[in-house]
Design a protein. Structure first.
Length: 298
């Protein structure tokens, strides 16, 4: 059995080499070890989710009927998900250029990895895997306000591509594209990937990077080492982040309507030129990401 293990899957390698970004889920290729890894990941998160996940996530998990014992079938997830918010998980072979990724969100498709991390290293994640995407992200997509916010991210990217493509001077165009993509990636990181939300008097996680991490989900709420602040747009778009350790700085939203309004504001800032020159530093914006905005068909 060849398996669909993250960074070790011939099926994925082949798809990547032939430039196939959107693929199907070849379910028969999952090895027993992949299913076991999923079951282990899933079962150890149960008590943590009850304690630290936001209520909409818990509702989402039950609405999706995720199988605790076997790797879920994407098509089956979509039969539960799509009637709720119109979202669907869409299998991908790996990295998707920034504009394409956000344009998928605008169309209520969520690019979803289909490989499962190595069973011997459940806490080590060289790149996003299916547990991160399906157990961390997708339950949130059952909530209407959250789903609408993801669509707003997609609409923001479309507006950004328009603004960028109108710039005549090539050098300025590339510099602006880099800055706007950096601002967007940072804002997405501190919200959809690593966001905290108020829930009564307590804090809960809604970011998928937190919800899919056994260690960080406790750490993000309990640890005195983490700085937690009410979200500020000007801070998030100028704040660099590193991906290889627990986040020392997290931002709190009041509700998903609040988050939605912040993406609206981000678009106002884009049009006012306030994202034209954000502070340098992580994340790195690749040539493919820039080109995806410059060549987007509008
Ligand atoms: Fe993610």
């Amino acid at each position: 059995m060849e398996g669909l293990t993250t960074t070790k899957s011939p099926f994925i390698e082949k798809a990547q080499q032939s430039g196939e970004r959107f693929i199907h889920q070849p379910y028969e290729l999952y090895s027993e070890e992949n299913h076991q890894a999923w079951a282990n990941l899933y079962s150890r998160m149960q008590s943590k989710w009850q304690k630290y996940a936001n209520p909409k996530f818990l509702e989402g998990v039950s609405k999706l009927n995720l199988d605790p014992n076997r790797v879920p079938k994407i098509d089956e997830i979509n039969t539960f998900l799509s009637p709720l918010t119109g979202f669907a998980a869409k299998p991908v072979s790996g990295y998707i250029p920034a504009f394409t990724f956000f344009d998928c969100l605008r169309n209520r498709d969520f690019p979803t990895t289909i490989t499962v991390r190595d069973i011997s290293k459940l806490d080590y994640l060289p790149e996003p895997d299916m547990f991160h995407d399906v157990a961390g992200h997708v339950p949130m997509h059952t909530d209407k306000a959250f789903a609408d916010t993801l669509v707003r991210f997609g609409e923001f990217a479309l507006s950004a591509a328009l603004v960028i493509q109108e710039i005549k001077d090539k050098e300025v165009q590339i510099q602006r594209a880099k800055s706007v993509i950096k601002a967007l990636a940072r804002f997405f990181w501190f919200t959809v990937e690593f966001g905290l939300i108020r829930s009564g008097k307590e804090l809960r996680a809604y970011g998928s990077g937190l919800l899919s991490s056994y260690g960080e989900l406790t750490h993000c709420i309990e640890s005195p080492e983490v700085q937690r602040y009410p979200i500020q747009l000007e801070w998030t778009v100028n704040q660099y982040f590193e991906i290889d350790h627990y986040q020392p700085l997290l931002f709190i939203v009041d509700s998903f309507d609040h988050l939605f309004s912040l993406v609206n504001e981000l678009e106002v800032w884009l049009k006012d030129g306030r994202l034209n020159n954000v502070s340098p530093g992580e994340p790195f914006v690749s040539e493919d990401d820039i080109q995806s905005f410059l060549t987007a068909k509008l």
